[in-house]
Write a protein that binds this ligand. Structure first.
Ligand SMILES: Nc1nc2c(c(=O)[nH]1)N[C@H]1C(S)=C(S)[C@@H](COP(=O)(O)O)O[C@H]1N2
Ligand SMILES: [Mo]
Length: 407
């Protein structure tokens, strides 16, 4: 397998160029998602990142699909590159384990950057894929590991690109893509021997043309993309999302869309969601408790908004409820600096969220009572849940008990 005659700087450079475009997309969208979680409130995970903290800004609420886009790109491109990463590793494989590891200090730096690069990407892919498939099976925090793993990868990536970019460009120019795409297996010849030793010294007869290798890898990536995209795009192609089995939909009728954590998983006592349920609103000096009938009698607003979850799916529904701005006004805080939302769930970690000013004042930011024209189901957060444009799914708190508006 290391004797394949298609191995060589050109093929490695083609894989490298594709990854050079795709990997920054995955890295940047991942870091943006971290910012979307609201590190300034200390609610992004990990919250303590030392000098690795990112510049913060208020995550926008417009366009409403922004988080769905960054999250969707991160997950889908992240999965799509897996065949490409494997192909790139294959194309350089024996060199990766060259011994002695370094003959000079420049080489030592290069080898060290490779360790960061390869170790980082394998770790990020493994933790990312596992997080999609099974929630939180790790003995450590997925978010913390994935965040620090990302920086290890980014460091390795930057050094690697700065060392290899000129060689990549030169190698890309050494053969013509158009000619390769027309060259059959029988006509496939090895590249001339190279200083990096990527070309086999003793090439075997070709079993695949370069065109065939590119089709195999490209086809593999395309297949992964198609099988993942449905999770974010929805509609009919949602059913094709084989790689993301969290595409389950456990509701019925208008409530028939994906449920991340069911009421029973969150240990919701149905009695807490019954007629005795009250919403507590706190403002600067005021505290108000409202029952659901009172909330239903207040002016209602509807908006089509998505829930996009970092675990790799999103869903868009029509929500109806009371604008959060109206609730803030109700307790005398028309210009809130933040809102702290708490759920009455008894189990699990996602029972609270802090919202920024624009996430409260956007006219479509709601305390939703209904979805698609009917009351929320218990699994979707009855009696009331938060739904805010472009807010990460996890902060759309279900089974709300109280909201503190702070000025
Ligand atoms: N109280 C509470 N709210 C919650 C959660 C939770 O575990 N508890 N999960 C959050 C997550 S991670 C997501 S993605 C969305 C999913 O909403 P859905 O189950 O209605 O699709 O709800 C959010 N709201
Ligand atoms: Mo989520």
């Amino acid at each position: 397998m290391w004797r394949s005659p298609v191995r060589g700087p050109w093929l490695t450079a083609v894989f490298g160029a594709a990854l050079l475009v795709a990997l920054p997309v995955v890295a940047v969208t991942g870091l943006l998602d971290y910012i979307a979680y609201g590190p300034r409130f200390g609610q992004a995970i990990p919250s303590e990142v030392g000098w690795l903290h990112l510049p913060w800004f208020d995550w926008p609420t417009k366009p409403a699909w922004l988080f769905g886009l960054t999250q969707g790109l991160h997950v889908i491109v992240g999965l799509t590159i897996i065949p490409l990463v494997l192909a790139k590793l294959w194309s350089v494989m024996p060199r990766l384990f060259a011994w002695p590891p370094a003959r000079s200090s420049a080489q030592l730096l290069e080898r060290l950057s490779l360790l960061f690069l390869v170790g980082g990407i394998v770790f990020e892919i493994a933790t990312g894929v596992l997080n999609i498939q099974y929630d939180y099976i790790f003995g450590f925090s997925f978010y913390t590991a994935h965040y620090f793993g990302a920086w290890v990868f980014i460091a390795g990536f930057l050094v690697h690109v700065s060392l290899k970019l000129p060689r990549m460009v030169r190698s890309l120019g050494s053969r013509s893509m158009r000619t390769e795409l027309r060259t059959s297996r029988a006509a496939t010849r090895p590249e001339p021997p190279d200083t990096d030793g990527l070309v086999s010294e003793n090439p075997a007869p070709p079993t695949l043309s370069r065109r065939g290798v590119l089709a195999l890898v490209g086809g593999g990536s395309l297949l992964v993309a198609v099988l993942s995209a449905g999770q974010s795009i929805g509609g009919i192609i949602r059913t094709t999302s084989l790689l993301l089995p969290r595409g389950r939909s456990d509701g019925s009728g208008p409530n028939d869309f994906q449920i991340n954590k069911t009421a029973s998983a969150a240990a919701i006592d149905p009695a807490d969601a019954g007629p005795d349920w009250r919403l507590t609103l706190r403002g600067g000096h005021r505290e108000v408790t409202l029952d659901r009938a009172t909330l239903v009698a207040m002016p209602q607003h509807s908006a089509r908004l998505s829930i996009a979850c970092v675990e790799g799916w999103s869903t868009t529904q029509t929500w109806t409820g009371i604008p959060l701005a109206a609730l803030a006004e109700h307790v005398g805080v028309p210009v809130p600096r933040s809102a702290f939302v708490q759920s009455f769930q008894r189990n699990g970690g996602f029972g609270q969220a802090m919202l920024q000013p624009n996430q409260i004042l956007n006219p479509d930011a709601l305390l939703a009572l209904r979805v698609n024209g009917v009351d929320l189901s218990l699994d979707h957060g009855y009696p009331a849940r938060i739904i805010v444009p472009a807010l990460p799914g996890v902060h759309n708190t279900k089974w709300v008990r109280s909201i503190d508006f702070r000025s």
